[in-house]
Design a protein around this ligand. Structure first.
Ligand code: UDP
Length: 260
């Protein structure tokens, strides 16, 4: 792990001071948590895979004009990012009912939603990240109305793009969570996509079999968690062709990380 000064440690990632002012190093751990920290575990090789998957998706999003904090991948577990002021809101976009929405509204899992739905949650672990509305966000000053407009537009754009990208590799993007930050860019404060995009914060179901290929395998003890993350990476063309879902390559993947 990096010997730089540790700025912040989250559940799945650590942020270190970057090599230049305004930059940070984002380190991806294998630790996994669910149900507001009540379930804890390790998914071997997850950090390496999420670093790669998130790099790939952030670069693709950058290419279509979605500003992100991502600069470049440094090694198997670390990426260089721009330091941003994180907006304390989790933005969830849903296409198909699952998880908390299915439970809260009594809609069967897997029901196609009439249209994409955007939800906001206040990032506050002690409160279990309560759902909030745009009114709470602007009234409490977590984001301005203009920033919130940008966030909504970016979230829907990301959803359209990623839905198509995943469909192209036989995966349905059921829902996902994004985080945004503020960044000074040429004397202008801009909203940029931050955090990560990976099977830790997306629900991805196989188009043909509806098999879950994401963190729900850990949440629901479905087994083959590493294999699912690996299969997502493989379909994205990030893992070598040789690596198949049945490989025990997660350990290989981690061992590569120690060499880099
Ligand atoms: N999610 C996340 N972090 C959270 C809560 C949710 O990344 O703290 C993601 C989750 O992986 C899913 C989407 O946001 O893809 C919607 O999650 P949901 O509200 O259904 O909550 P959950 O079922 O995970 O409790």
């Amino acid at each position: 792990m990096s010997r730089r000064r540790r700025i912040y440690e989250g559940k799945a990632k650590v942020l270190f001071e970057g090599p230049e002012p305004g930059t940070l190093v984002q380190y991806f751990k294998d630790d996994a948590t669910a149900f507001n920290n009540q379930k804890k575990g390790t998914i071997t090789g997850k950090g390496v895979l999420n670093n790669r998957i998130s790099e790939y998706l952030m670069i693709k999003l950058n290419e279509i004009g979605v500003p992100t904090h991502f600069m470049r991948r440094l090694n198997m577990r670390e990426q260089l990012i721009r330091q941003v002021e994180i907006i304390p809101i989790e933005v969830v976009v849903r296409n198909v009912a699952a998880g908390s929405l299915a439970k809260r509204l009594g809609i069967p899992d897997g029901t196609q939603l009439p249209r994409s739905i955007v939800e906001f949650y206040y990032k506050k672990d002690e409160l279990g990240d309560p759902m909030v509305s745009d009114e709470h966000i602007t009234a409490f000053g977590w984001a301005s109305p203009h920033e919130l407009e940008d966030i909504m537009a970016l979230a829907l754009r990301v959803n359209d793009y990623l839905s198509g990208l995943f469909l192209g590799i036989g995966l349905k993007l059921i829902d996902f969570k994004l985080e945004f930050g503020r960044l000074w860019d040429h004397d202008e404060l801009r909203i940029v996509l931050a955090d990560e995009i990976s099977p830790d914060n997306c629900r991805l179901w196989d188009v043909r079999t509806n098999e879950k290929m994401d963190k729900d395998r850990f949440r629901q003890d479905l087994g083959k968690v590493e294999e699912a993350y690996q299969e997502v990476a493989r379909r994205l063309g990030i893992l070598a062709e040789a690596a198949t879902a049945s490989d025990t390559a997660s350990s290989n993947v981690t061992s590569i990380s120690e060499k880099e």
